[in-house]
Design a protein around this ligand. Structure first.
Ligand SMILES: Cc1cc2nc3c(=O)[nH]c(=O)nc-3n(C[C@H](O)[C@H](O)[C@H](O)COP(=O)(O)O)c2cc1C
Length: 350
């Protein structure tokens, strides 16, 4: 382990002259820093095998959602009370087909084991929820099924005007402690960017037991259908411009928080990957670009990263990680303020 907080130094073991991409993430050794983020691309065995073949470093399975678990539990208890009028499948069927469409929670656990058997790279199982419910017990079932790590996605839009920032944060921490207490394997926490003092909060997440931070959850914005005058789901895939916020926070947090850092949102090109690594990410996650271009895109990104390292005289990915971070910036807030002014100043009228 390195003596700085966060991820240990990468292992240097490349037999050839090619730059060594080996990466440590939460104690797991990955062949490269490219991780397939949770998405439909990681929800079938065929998709997982393709991602493995195209050279991905690790794979996050689609989430098991708290809502599915709770709906099944409610349907089971009604079945118990009133006979066969209610069925778990019916209750689950009314939920949107997110995560693992058509699968029960039990199936999702079984899929974790199948995924593990199908590929050579680490499998990270994902749990997604917001309450302190019994759903968290699925973390231990996923561990027993062979998951190499658990990614806990806490997706909460803090819309309750009577809950203070501290109360909201404490809720997150309680969930993290609960899941941490259930598993021995590494635990990562995926959150959005909307916290008043993000740096302070992620320190608290690490103290609560998060081995890794996945930044950031992409908050899906609703749209309005003007003909029917109703809210509609309207998922737009990301673009590279969106990784700027992630870039900033990777640079601020690199080696300053006792957890590995995974960058997610807006990674589409090899240049995006390099930028996030030099900012300080330990690994870089991709979803939209795989959905748009197929799993071969992972190989394109990996080759691009390798070529960039080679062309710039670097022997390993560890050589560049965090070189443009704020690790040695004495006053990050003053630094951000001056960058802000510099940015405004750089504008030229088109
Ligand atoms: C169709 C779709 C389904 C997704 N499902 C999940 C999920 O089950 N769990 C999760 O944590 N993130 C999920 N995500 C979010 C991605 O893992 C990723 O964090 C996000 O798309 C940003 O990365 P990108 O810019 O590479 O797409 C999903 C994204 C998409 C587009």
């Amino acid at each position: 382990m390195s003596d700085t907080p966060g991820c240990p130094d990468p292992v240097s073991s490349s037999p050839s002259n090619e730059p060594d991409l080996t990466t440590k993430y939460c104690g797991l050794t990955l062949r490269n820093p490219l991780v397939a983020a949770a998405s439909p691309a990681t929800g079938s065995l065929a998709g997982l095998v393709e991602l493995d073949a195209s050279g991905v470093g690790a794979i996050v399975l689609p989430s098991l959602f708290e809502e599915l678990i709770e709906a099944e539990a409610a349907a089971n208890s009604r079945t118990f009370q009133f006979g066969s009028a209610y069925h778990a499948e019916v209750a689950a069927g009314h939920l949107p087909a997110v995560g693992h469409p058509g699968r029960t929670a039990k199936d999702v656990v079984a899929f974790t084991a199948e995924a593990k058997a199908a590929v050579s790279v680490p499998i990270i199982a994902s749990l997604n929820g917001v309450s302190l419910g019994g759903w968290t017990k699925y973390a231990s079932q996923m561990e027993a099924a062979g998951a190499d790590a658990i990614e806990l996605n806490i997706y909460r839009v803090a819309a309750n005007q009577y809950a203070s920032a501290e109360e909201v944060e404490n809720d997150y921490l309680e969930i993290v402690r609960l899941v941490r207490g259930r598993v021995e394997i590494p635990l990562t926490v995926k959150i959005g960017p909307q916290f008043t003092s993000l740096g302070h909060f992620v320190r608290r997440l690490a103290d609560a037991g998060a081995d890794g931070l996945v930044l950031f959850n992409r908050f899906y914005q609703p749209n309005i259908d003007l003909d029917r005058l109703e809210l509609i789901p309207d998922l737009v895939l990301s673009s590279s411009e969106e990784n700027r916020l992630v870039l900033r926070w990777m640079a601020i947090l690199h080696r300053k928080v006792n957890a590995s850092l995974a960058a997610t949102t807006g990674v589409h090109t090899a240049d995006d990957v390099v930028r996030l690594l030099v900012a300080g990410a330990d690994v870089v996650m991709v979803a939209s670009t795989i959905l748009l271009n197929g799993s071969e895109q992972v190989g394109v990104l990996r080759d691009g990263l390798q070529q960039w390292l080679d062309a710039n005289g670097h022997k390993s990915v560890g050589d560049i990680r965090g070189v443009l971070s704020q690790l040695h910036v004495a006053d990050p807030e003053a630094f951000e303020r001056s960058s802000y002014m510099e940015n405004l100043d750089s504008f030229e009228n088109p």
